[in-house]
Write a protein that binds this ligand. Structure first.
Ligand SMILES: Cc1cc2nc3c(=O)[nH]c(=O)nc-3n(C[C@H](O)[C@H](O)[C@H](O)COP(=O)(O)O)c2cc1C
Length: 472
């Protein structure tokens, strides 16, 4: 779990809006700039759901309570709940003061059609944490003034965490506030000291002045729709969104207590009766799970080698093929890893797929793949990667970046006519022939499942493996 810092981490280099400017920007967007409130709400809610998914994994934190107020902030919460449902979370809604407008009726109908439960305050458990991992605070937005009225006042009290205790200790789930932590003054922050202390704040369009007082672990910006006219008029300095992301982190994550980083692994299990006898097939099932769940670079693995004296070294490489013969990656035969493999042709591989809390360890002897196999793979790569492989005398010391850039440019010119780029003889694949494969499935309370397969006979096609359970 991230440690909640007591020191300001909000950067000065970005803009923080006053309440008046925030209202004026909304008017501009929904007036001359042609947006409708439905559109802005949809994008805001999607940003909030994306930020939540970026920080709180769906396997570890699936149960989300969204508390919606009567205004636009509540509407953002309803939209976020719909997206969270589609992301695989289990949202529930508390929406005590419903707004009688078609937009809000539509949002409620959409959630009802997904069987997302609407709860009353009386349905909530005494300890919110018993039923929920995260609470989304969509009670009050930037136009709210005055004191929260019932039932929001009591809901706020139930979500308050003393500044000295983390949410986990107080029996309160992680709180994610949309745009303004409820109970806060839009510009001054928690002046009454009765407001929420969220773990995450998702500012929309641009952070409001109160965000300077935010001390939680995660501050994100959402609402990727601000046109240049608004940026120029208000001189906005905002962090850049990357790729297709609907949210961007503001500032650095607060200091992380690495020793305390832990997830309480829930969900999947790995029992002897369900384990496939052939570990390559078992690997295939887990690998395909990771691929279909959209894990980023599911084929990234740590490769550990050791030199002739037994000094170990490790680095990341990409798995490029696997079958009954073993696990293949490609590299430079002049690199450090290659030198170590030539002196000591044994290695270990480790995969970690955090979405599933799964890891696989593989050990065994290593040999180069046949030249023809490397050649085929080399020519299946994009031309830029083929040239890149030629350019780099991997792991040797070079004078500067310009050496690479110049060499790359020369080779691009050389092969500009589309001629076949020959595979350099110092580049190719390795295959690790597994003799031990361990599958690790994270479980609750550190009682993880570990099944180790050991090769007992090679018999050509018919390898046999023993399976043992290891203590976590
Ligand atoms: C995700 C990831 C994937 C990588 N894949 C490869 C790879 O497939 N082959 C490779 O030679 N280097 C790959 N690298 C770079 C290696 O980690 C490493 O820097 C390089 O191979 C030199 O290692 P060495 O000096 O121990 O030989 C990858 C790095 C990362 C972060």
């Amino acid at each position: 779990m991230t440690e909640i810092s007591k020191h300001s981490k909000e950067p000065d280099s970005i803009s923080y809006l006053s309440q008046a400017d925030a209202a004026a920007i909304d008017e501009l967007l929904m007036g001359p700039l042609g947006f409708s409130v439905d559109q802005l709400m949809e994008l805001a809610g999607l940003s909030v759901a994306s930020a939540i998914a970026e920080v709180y994994g769906v396997n570890e934190h699936p149960r989300i309570l969204v508390i919606c107020g009567p205004g636009n902030n509540g509407g953002d919460g309803l939209v976020a709940a719909r997206h969270l449902h589609h992301f695989g979370y289990k949202p529930s809604i508390v929406y005590p003061k419903r707004t009688d407008k078609p937009l809000y009726h539509g949002l409620v109908t959409q959630l009802e059609s997904l069987s997302v439960p609407f709860l009353s305050e009386a349905d909530l458990p005494h300890h919110l944490k018993d039923d929920f991992d995260i609470v989304v605070d969509a009670m009050f937005g930037f136009s709210f003034k005055g004191k929260p009225r019932p039932p929001f006042d009591t809901l706020l009290q139930r979500l308050q965490v003393s500044n000295d205790s983390g949410a986990e200790d107080a029996g309160v789930p992680f709180v994610v506030s949309i745009d303004i932590p409820s109970g806060w003054h839009v510009e001054e922050g928690d002046t009454e000291e009765t407001g929420l202390m969220p773990d995450m704040l998702v500012s929309l369009t641009a952070p409001k002045k109160c965000a300077k007082h935010f001390r939680g672990a995660h501050h994100f910006l959402g609402g990727r729709f601000v046109p240049p006219a608004v940026v120029e008029k208000y001189g906005l300095q905002l962090p850049a969104y990357t790729g297709s992301s609907m949210c961007v982190r503001i500032g650095k994550q607060t200091s992380i207590d690495v020793a305390a980083l832990r997830e309480n692994y829930v969900g999947a299990v790995l029992l002897e009766e369900q384990a496939i006898l052939d570990p390559i097939k078992q690997f295939q099932v887990w690998f395909e799970d990771a691929v279909s769940a959209g894990v980023h670079e599911p084929n990234a693995m740590t490769l550990a080698t050791a030199d002739a004296e037994g000094n170990p070294s490790a680095r990341m490489v990409l798995l490029k093929g696997y079958d009954e013969r073993g696990f293949v990656w490609y590299t430079n035969y002049g690199s450090r890893k290659a030198g170590e493999l030539s002196d000591n042709p044994r290695a270990a591989l480790v995969f970690f797929w955090d979405k599933f809390n799964r890891s696989v360890r593989i050990e065994g002897p290593v040999e180069k793949v046949p030249e023809e196999e490397s050649d085929n793979y080399f020519h299946s790569r994009p031309r830029g990667s083929q040239i890149g492989a030629m350019v780099s005398s991997q792991s040797s010391v070079i004078e500067g970046r310009h050496v690479l850039d110049q060499c790359y440019k020369d080779l691009v010119d050389k092969y500009a006519d589309g001629a076949v780029i020959p595979k350099p003889d110092y580049w190719g694949g390795y295959r690790l022939h597994p003799v031990r494969i361990e599958f690790w499935q994270g479980r609750e309370s550190r009682l993880h499942d570990r099944l180790r397969y050991t090769l007992t006979s090679r018999g050509g096609e018919n390898k046999t493996w023993s399976i043992e359970r290891l203590a976590p």
